[in-house]
Design a protein around this ligand. Structure first.
Ligand SMILES: Nc1nc2c(c(=O)[nH]1)N[C@H]1C(S)=C(S)[C@@H](COP(=O)(O)OP(=O)(O)OC[C@H]3O[C@@H](n4cnc5c(N)ncnc54)[C@H](O)[C@@H]3O)O[C@H]1N2
Ligand code: MOO
Length: 392
């Protein structure tokens, strides 16, 4: 049995990022750039009007004659003389000879001329060429997560493909005789299988889509067979249930038969004590306890940082904060507690009722986990605790 800290260190040590791949930009959401990206052009690529109005070549008078029009997308160039203006629209190319764009609200228009009812500020309402980024300069560092804004930024530079660290294929192996799919009628002793949906959802939160689900009843040969297949088809295997010590829990023995290196089995924590982490060549496997809340907590605390590392993210794990607790907490177990909690508007953290590792009801109200270390036996009301922010 290891401590939470040791478990996390072991995971960090034994988890490697995947090889990089070139992908179409649109398929890269949530992935991490595997090289620096430099801008192939000036952005904007020309002096661009920021407003609808008139591009003028200024002179001393307030009156200007309007000699043409430029809309967004037009490639026309006007040679303006002092005292001349063109009608212009947001996003349009400003004539090289123009010295300012005056918004139409500040202008009175008569037939082919305008009167400007304001001071003219040189270069006003003009976005200089390359204002956002100039050709050849660094647009994104290696190791940047491709968020929707980063994708939009690259798309605006005409980038079509990006080199990113690969996303793992993840197999979810569900074990248990008692589990029935939603939509079927429950017989005595049966329950609905929910954890695969939950794990799939939390993977999708990390932009890992399209995982494969495997399901097996509580028998040893079947478990070995399904695990073998899951290892063949995935880089990361997440087993759910069957990892405890009961006569019908076969996962630990099956992993042994499949020559999986056991890197740790059992963590001094509640919930999630029977958590297993191992490796088969370059493939990693977590066996999560079957209790739904325990499985989810183990995912957030251990699988989440491991998958982040596999995908090349820097800074592993959930964001952590120190916050004051609304009520005293006691820890008589000598294990680390991971408690479902809610951060209140006043910035304090409330530990929720219903901490059973079978209960997801409380979890669905939580936005954080409070971590009470194994060495701490009590925290008074108002005392600071470590809070792990859930990413949802
Ligand atoms: N003698 C001991 N018994 C247990 C110990 C122990 O140390 N000594 N540890 C307990 C702890 S802590 C946990 S957690 C569980 C973990 O057991 P398993 O990982 O073997 O999980 P199962 O027994 O298969 O299931 C536990 C529980 O969760 C329900 N479950 C399982 N899979 C799903 C699913 N896909 N969807 C919904 N619910 C699921 C299952 O029906 C059980 O109720 O062991 C304790 N026992
Ligand atoms: O640790 Mo188990 O995960 O409490 O139910």
């Amino acid at each position: 049995m290891v401590s939470v800290k040791e478990a996390l260190q072991i995971i960090t040590k034994h988890t490697q990022m995947l090889n990089s791949v070139t992908l179409p930009l649109i398929s890269s959401r949530g992935m991490v750039t595997a090289q620096e990206i430099y801008s192939p052009l000036d952005l904007p690529p020309f002096r661009q009007s920021a407003m609808d109005g008139y591009a003028i070549r200024s002179h001393k008078e307030k009156e200007y004659s309007v000699v043409g029009e430029v809309a967004a997308g037009d490639g026309k160039e006007f040679q303006l003389k002092a005292g001349e203006a063109v009608r212009i629209f947001t996003g349009a190319m400003v004539p090289k000879t123009a010295t300012a764009v005056i918004i139409q609200e500040k202008v009175t228009r008569q037939a082919d001329s305008i009167t400007i009812n304001d001071e003219v500020v040189l270069e006003s309402n003009i976005r200089p060429r390359g204002e956002q980024i100039s050709k050849g300069s660094l647009a994104l560092q290696r190791g940047t997560k491709l968020t929707p804004s980063a994708i939009g930024f690259l798309a605006g530079m005409g980038v079509t493909d990006v080199l990113v660290y690969g996303k793992p294929r993840v197999g979810i192996v569900i074990t248990g005789n008692e589990l029935v799919a939603a939509g079927e009628v429950l017989k005595e002793g049966q329950i609905y299988e929910g954890n695969s949906k939950m794990i799939q959802a939390v993977l999708e939160e990390m932009s890992i889509e399209g995982c494969t689900k495997y399901q097996v009843a509580d028998n040893f040969e079947g478990t070995c067979e399904v695990l073998k297949k899951a290892f063949q088809e995935n880089e990361v295997v997440l087993v759910n249930g069957g990892i405890s010590v009961g006569d019908h829990d076969h996962v630990y023995e099956a992993l042994k038969v499949l020559c999986v290196d056991s890197l740790f089995y059992k963590v001094r924590q509640k919930p999630g004590k029977p958590l297993f982490f191992g490796k088969q060549n370059n493939k990693i496997v977590f066996a999560l306890p079957g209790n739904p809340a325990a499985a989810l907590t183990c995912f957030y605390v251990y699988v989440y940082p491991a998958l982040q590392k596999v995908m090349g993210h820097e800074g592993m794990g959930l964001e952590r904060r120190q916050l004051a607790v609304t009520k005293a907490v006691t820890n008589i177990l000598g294990r680390t507690l991971l408690l479902k909690a809610k951060i209140l508007e006043n910035g304090e953290v409330e530990i929720l009722e219903g901490q059973s590792s079978a209960m997801l009801h409380t979890y669905s109200l939580a936005n954080a986990l409070v971590l009470v270390p194994e060495s701490v036996d009590s925290v008074p009301k108002g005392g600071l605790v470590e809070v792990l922010m859930l990413p949802n």
